[in-house]
Design a binder for this molecule. Structure first.
Ligand SMILES: C[S@@+](CC[C@H](N)C(=O)[O-])C[C@H]1O[C@@H](n2cnc3c(N)ncnc32)[C@H](O)[C@@H]1O
Length: 352
């Protein structure tokens, strides 16, 4: 997919500040083929208004296709594992919008296998209704839940959680829902972030010399976003995930481009927890996510210490699945041996 691009433009579509050129219908088909998205249902994308009536792409749709293609490529190992391990893997797309990602996952992964489910969570009723209407016939395994992420009625357990450009705290709500569901995999591409910048504003240099990092409003916004994403990565590590932070796609296709990938390895990591506490203490802020983790106990040892935890049991999450070997902790951040193993069901087996 070639792009002519420049900066400038809208907020809110997860990086709409970058311009790409429009594509003709033939170019769209070529780009989908090239991007591993040949199975995408073009009539559905046209009905949703993602593509033009003739199947072409506006500059913003062009960027979106590029994001989807990269996202699916980066998710491929997690998806392959979910489909290998679970008879009917459940993928939850939080803050789904027009559900372009949900539909792409469906078309590329669910339909060809005839199994698996996608749940798209979207708070806007108009969007949810439209996605339901246009996808009903061809996407029977796609469910659209119209609700706030924090309160959406979802299964007790699911396997892959996505949040692509879910605004501000919506990404944190997606993260905590993923933790509660013991989602095997989590993929967050955060969007605009305002909470921490707001919390940093009153923290002055008299309180910490670090305040020079955010005394300018521009730096406060950038540093607030960065601190938020570091908080999210440490939170996942603390709660038993191996975490990789990487780039979703080129800056020319999205300015909201940080991808936080978590793979559940099932051991709490006390070091990450303490690191996060110290970091937020230094910055003098207490974001919503910290309170949400504390409410969940986030790996605190029980009052009377339990005996040293054995390696994670091999009990499989899916009854149809053969017993999984115990998973090691994140090799980049070895689990604290004193920290209890997550008592919940087994995480995915270790990656080869
Ligand atoms: C920037 S759009 C991204 C849509 C889609 N994930 C994508 O990347 O194309 C963010 C979407 O999240 C939805 N959203 C924001 N906060 C939400 C919340 N707390 N619960 C459910 N949906 C939310 C918005 O209505 C919007 O449709």
């Amino acid at each position: 997919m070639s792009t002519g691009h420049r900066r400038g433009g809208r907020e809110g579509d997860g990086g709409g500040e970058v311009q790409a050129r429009a594509l003709t219908p033939a170019e769209v088909r070529g780009a989908l083929e090239e991007g591993g998205l040949a199975g995408l249902s073009l009539p559905t994308l046209i009905a949703l208004g993602v593509l033009t009536p003739k199947g072409g792409a506006s500059p913003s749709a062009h960027r979106k296709l590029k994001q989807i293609s990269h996202f699916l490529q980066l998710l491929a190992p997690a998806l392959a594992e979910a489909f290998e391990r679970h008879e009917d893997p459940i993928i939850v797309d939080m803050g789904a919008g027009k559900a372009a990602i949900s539909l792409a996952l469906y078309d590329v992964w669910v339909r060809p296998r005839g199994r698996g489910r996608v749940i798209a969570v979207e708070s806007r009723e108009d969007l949810a209704a439209k996605v339901r209407a246009v996808s009903a016939a061809e996407h029977p395994r796609l469910e659209v839940v119209c609700a706030e992420i924090a309160h959406a009625a979802l299964p007790e357990r699911w396997h892959l959680t996505l949040a692509l450009h879910a605004c501000d705290l919506a990404t944190d709500h997606a993260l905590t829902r993923a933790l509660d569901a013991k989602s095997d995999h989590v993929a967050l591409v955060p969007c605009c972030q305002a909470e921490v910048a707001r919390l940093l504003q009153p923290v002055k240099q008299s309180a910490t010399p670090l305040a020079a990092l955010w005394s300018d409003p521009w730096h406060r916004r950038e540093f607030g976003s960065h601190l938020t994403n570091v908080t999210r990565a440490l939170a996942l590590r603390a709660l038993g995930y191996a975490v990789t932070v990487t780039e979703l796609t080129g800056w020319e296709h999205s300015l909201k481009n940080e991808l936080i990938l978590g793979r559940r390895v099932g051991r709490f990591h006390r070091g990450a927890r303490e690191e996060l506490r110290a970091l937020l203490g230094q910055a003098g802020v207490r974001p919503w996510l910290l309170g949400a983790l504390e409410e969940r106990g986030w790996g605190e040892e029980p009052a009377s210490p339990a005996p040293a935890a054995p390696a994670a049991p091999a009990a499989p999450a899916d009854p149809a699945d053969p017993a999984a070997p115990a998973a090691p902790a994140d090799p980049a951040a070895p689990a604290d041996p004193a920290a209890p193993a997550d008592p919940a069901d087994a995480p995915p087996p270790s990656a080869p």
